[in-house]
Design a protein around this ligand. Structure first.
Ligand code: EPZ
Length: 422
């Protein structure tokens, strides 16, 4: 096993970014698609998978569940056969919360599952009660003890099943079980985030019958068995939004090749309101800074609203945009950790409850910064790109979980950024 490295990024700010960047496959879409492979004994091939720590954790978890999988050149192959095991252990689930969505596919195949509770994380408590209640409504007996979720099913209950909240993970979990539940399951109050229709598309390549994904009511006709998946992961709307912010914050011009424009309407709209020139071209989404930006207030919402995963990036941009605005976080209860680090760079941000009042300053100044979670990390890198002097972003392992070759992509656009071992 490789020793755990605490790499850092060293950034010298002030370079305008110019050029083309290819948007990678979406982490949050790839993960449930990899776990969907459990639903079949046949080989599954998932393509356009980003090379990220979370993907490697998912591949390791598939192995521990008895399904041999390997990742190479943007492709995960989950081998046919193998005996599926019902337990997802703590050491892997604790590394990545998204692992909890193995509960649905394991339960669908084996009628029993034992999945470690993922625990909280920096951005909030992140309980799994919505996951558990949807399975109870589908007929499972679910209990929690000794840090594990224990679930078993005697007889699945099809019919109308309401989710307590349109949780992305709970919808993925329920959908992956419903595809093997006899009869017609109708999931109501389902999440509409693009990761849901993407997962439904993946499941359809396996033979699943799903209708209405992308709306809050998803109908599923359960099948007796499914074949292997052949699926290409959609591009990452959050990575694209992060590079769009990089163009804006450095007063640059960046072409986002393969950007999933249809998934980014609220983000594109917000940047346009602030004054960025963002347009679709045959080669991708072109983001050009043309004039000083204006502050625009925003609130995070479920899809199609402005995504919580772009909130930190927006805060950085607003912190150097003259004028005042308010940023309200309505999805997670503790997702302003980046603000503390931005204050140390000279930003003016006042937080009350779930709202941050931001007053733009002329420039931030570089200093050492500590990353607390994935998107906060992306925001701090963006801050470094615009700051005066040198910014050292510590603990970039959070970024490596969700951004493929971030520093290489930024360097190719002209940024002065390098990775150093600390
Ligand atoms: C997914 O998390 C994403 N992760 C998150 O991206 C994203 O921020 C989030 O959806 C919202 O869009 C993956 O897809 C792997 P939720 P998920 O269940 O499914 C609360 C990133 O940076 N909740 O829709 O976990 C929860 O605490 C990550 O890439 C419960 O209370 O999100 C949150 O406040 C971070 N009980 C809200 O609901 C539950 O049982 C929405 O969570 C489940 C969720």
């Amino acid at each position: 096993m490789k020793p755990f490295r605490l790499d850092a990024f060293v950034i010298r700010g002030g370079k305008r970014l110019r050029g083309t960047v290819r948007v990678s496959g979406s982490k949050n879409s790839a993960l449930p698609c990899l776990f969907a492979a459990i639903l079949s004994d046949e080989e599954s091939v998932i393509e356009n998978v980003p090379d990220l720590k979370d993907i490697r954790t998912a591949v390791a978890l598939l192995g521990r569940l008895g399904r041999k999988a390997h990742f190479e050149d943007g492709r995960v192959v989950v081998k046919a056969g193998g005996r599926l095991k019902p337990e997802a252990p703590y050491d892997l689930v604790s590394r990545m919360r998204a692992s909890v969505v193995v509960l649905g596919p394991i339960l669908a195949r084996l009628k029993k599952a034992r999945v470690s509770l993922p625990g909280g994380c920096a951005i909030g408590a992140r309980p799994v009660n919505y996951h558990l209640s949807v399975f109870r409504r589908m007929g499972a007996e679910v209990s929690v003890s000794e840090g594990y979720i224990h679930a078993k099913v005697k007889t699945w209950r099809a019919g109308r099943v309401r989710l307590d909240f349109p949780s992305v993970g709970a919808t993925e979990n329920a959908l992956m079980a419903a595809v093997l539940v006899p009869g017609r399951t109708v999931l109501t109050n389902a999440a509409r985030e693009p990761e849901i229709p993407a997962l439904a598309d993946c499941l359809r390549t396996m033979g699943a019958k799903i209708f209405g994904d992308g709306t809050s009511t998803i109908e599923v006709e359960g099948m007796e068995r499914l074949s292997g998946a052949r699926y290409r992961v959609v591009a990452d709307r959050i990575e694209a939004g992060t590079f769009l912010t990089a163009a804006a914050i450095t007063r640059g011009s960046v072409l986002l090749k393969d950007a999933p424009v249809d998934h980014m309407a609220s983000t594109i709209d917000l940047f346009r309101k602030a004054g960025m020139d963002v347009r679709e071209t045959p080669d991708g989404l072109l983001a050009r800074w043309k004039r000083p930006l204006k502050p625009v207030s925003v609130k995070t919402e479920i899809f199609p609203g402005f995504p919580t995963d772009m909130q930190a990036q927006w805060m950085v941009l607003m912190s150097i945009t003259p004028g005042r605005c308010r940023i309200t976080e309505d999805i997670f209860e503790n997702r302003f950790l980046h603000a503390q680090e931005l204050l140390r760079m000279g930003a003016r941000i006042d937080i009350k409850g779930n709202t941050a009042s931001v007053e733009g300053v002329k420039q931030l100044s570089g200093c050492p910064l500590m990353v607390s979670d994935l998107r906060a990390g992306a925001a701090l890198v963006l801050a470094g790109l615009a700051a005066k002097g040198e910014t050292k972003v510590l603990r970039v392992y959070h970024l490596d979980r969700g951004y493929e070759s971030m520093e290489k992509k930024l360097r190719a656009l002209g940024a002065d950024i390098r990775r150093v071992a600390v």
